[in-house]
Design a protein around this ligand. Structure first.
Ligand code: ITT
Length: 196
């Protein structure tokens, strides 16, 4: 069975990826499984550049077919921020709660109808000897006034989905994967891999 390295240090992402790739017939490995503890500095200015950088670096280190994503939240009232800096928005060692608190402060006086936002995800697939392939997905929503729900990870508790009247953190695992930015992108990769 071919192996596929899921190259992320984010446990939430790892869980979501694994659910999709389980069906492709690949034997999934995490960075921990293969003993890689290197952090790749995300020096790119786009999700595409950073995803490709991570997939290429970890594929080189492991010698395995590798996927990595770069993802984040774009808030229109903040000119698209935090964007590629979503993980580092409140400083390198901040917690999810601290990032959420900072975000809520920054949009404090923005009215509900102007709190439009989207999650974006770009996944890079790098197979040995082949060029990097990119797949993207997004999910539209609004920044809520307060955090709600305890599922998912990251900014999910303040990402409100008007059509469901719930935040992303109030969706169960399957519900989130069915509509999320990562779900949309990963379905494209998983589909392509299962045809190869
Ligand atoms: P890796 O680089 O090791 O994959 P990371 O957490 O540093 O992990 P990113 O650089 O792609 O990953 O940062 C993405 C950040 O965007 C992530 O830490 C969350 O804060 C946020 N984010 C991404 N996808 C999300 C999701 O599905 N739900 C909530 N927040 C999300």
């Amino acid at each position: 069975m071919s192996e596929l390295l899921i190259a992320t240090h984010n446990e939430g992402k790892l869980r979501e990826f694994s659910a999709f790739f389980a069906k492709t017939g690949y034997c999934l490995r995490s960075l921990n499984d293969v003993g890689i503890h290197t952090e790749v500095e995300e020096t790119g200015s786009t999700f595409e550049d950073n995803a490709a950088l991570k997939a290429t670096t970890y594929a080189q280190l492991s010698g395995m077919a590798t996927i990595a994503d770069d993802s984040g939240l774009e808030v229109d009232a903040l000119g698209g921020k935090p964007g590629v800096r979503s993980a580092r928005f409140a400083g390198r060692d901040a917690t999810d709660s601290e990032r959420i608190a900072l975000l809520l402060r920054k949009v404090d006086n923005v009215p509900s109808f102007q709190r439009t936002a989207r999650f974006r995800c770009v996944i890079a697939l790098k197979k040995p000897g082949e060029p990097v392939r990119l797949y993207s997905g997004h999910c539209n929503g609004l920044i809520a006034n307060e955090a709600r729900g305890d599922q998912g990870f990251g900014y999910d508790p303040v990402f409100f989905l008007p059509q469901l009247n719930k935040t992303m953190a109030e969706l169960n695992f399957e519900e989130k994967n069915a509509i999320s930015h990562r779900g949309h992108a990963v379905a494209k990769v998983a589909n392509e891999l299962s045809l190869e």
